[in-house]
Design a protein around this ligand. Structure first.
Ligand code: ZN
Length: 301
């Protein structure tokens, strides 16, 4: 194995945010709490619970504040949320959220559709939000959406991504995230972009948020792993997709990612068998067949 391949990978589970945000069936607060606790029992150590958005735009997130009040926070677990505005950040501060993700899109068109702001305006806003969140004692992940291409604009020049990362770094985030929001990344591009971003961020960890829209999700994980990336956003069952991206498809599946890493001798701390049980339960609750590949392969299922 190549020397810069990490021995252990951290899974940042996003089923309760990206995973269900576009699902028509509303997941009850009780089910969200149950699923969170079950995922932790499987060995998940980082979990994104929700986004603080306008519930009229994303009805699935209408119970976000209630959920944060209900969840029993266990030691050693990173509970995270996505923030899109100052109003959302204020709610998150109120809910004592310990870890927030703040993103700017590298695509002008997506930025306007997602946040009603130009990229320049969104950068200004993100600077303020990062400083305020840090001031409130939160850990901050600063992310670039559409870092590898955009469903509206096609190619996104990597220079735009690097400029955003450099800007973020001035605000001293705890982590930099590169998001393939439209699922357009390819493995070679992932390697090249990751290397350039590593040169900018130094010791600050980089996480990757990948979608399997074009079937390249796991290939992209592996490309990043060989460059030393050790944090990946994944979604149980492979659910997910941005409501503001046409044809958006699922995030990379947690089960498939864990399976690939374990088969390759990389630890995740996750019990795959338990994870599959949890996913099958949630699949039943949602009343649909999840796209994750290893989910239905077990002889017992
Ligand atoms: Zn996503």
């Amino acid at each position: 194995m190549q020397s810069n391949v990490p021995q252990k990978i951290t899974i940042h589970e996003v089923v309760l945010r990206d995973g269900i945000q576009s699902e028509k069936k509303l997941v009850s607060t009780k089910e969200k709490v149950t699923l969170t606790n079950d995922l932790i029992k499987c060995g998940i150590r980082r979990i994104e619970l929700s986004s603080f958005v306008n519930p009229r735009l994303v009805p699935q997130m209408a119970d976000t504040d209630e959920l944060w009040g209900t969840i029993d926070r266990k030691k050693g677990i990173v509970y995270a949320a996505l923030i899109l505005s100052e109003k959302g950040l204020d709610r998150a501060i109120q809910c004592k959220v310990p870890h927030v993700g703040i993103y700017v899109s590298a695509s002008e068109t997506h930025s306007r559709k997602n946040s009603n702001m130009s990229v320049a305006e969104a950068v200004k806003e993100a600077r303020r939000l990062i400083s305020k969140a840090r001031g409130a004692g939160m850990e901050v992940r600063a992310g670039v959406m559409n870092a590898f291409g955009c469903a509206y604009e096609g190619n996104v020049a990597s220079g735009r991504v690097l400029t955003l990362v450099r800007d973020f770094m001035k605000r001293e985030p705890d982590e930099i995230c590169l998001a393939d929001t439209s699922g357009m990344a390819n493995p070679l591009q992932v390697k090249k972009t990751v290397k350039r971003v590593q040169d900018i961020v130094g010791a600050v960890p980089i996480s990757l948020h990948l979608h399997n829209t074009r079937g390249l999700g796991l290939a992209n994980v592996w490309a990043a792993v060989t460059e030393g990336i050790a944090i990946f956003d994944t979604s149980l069952g492979g659910l997910g997709g941005c409501p503001f991206i046409p044809g958006a498809r699922g995030n990379i599946a947690t089960e498939d990612t864990v399976n690939m890493l374990h088969e390759s001798g990389i630890k995740t701390g996750i019990d795959l068998d338990k994870l599959i049980d949890t996913s099958l339960c949630f699949e039943q609750y949602m009343g649909q067949t999840f796209p994750a590949a290893v989910l239905h392969l077990r002889p017992s299922s």
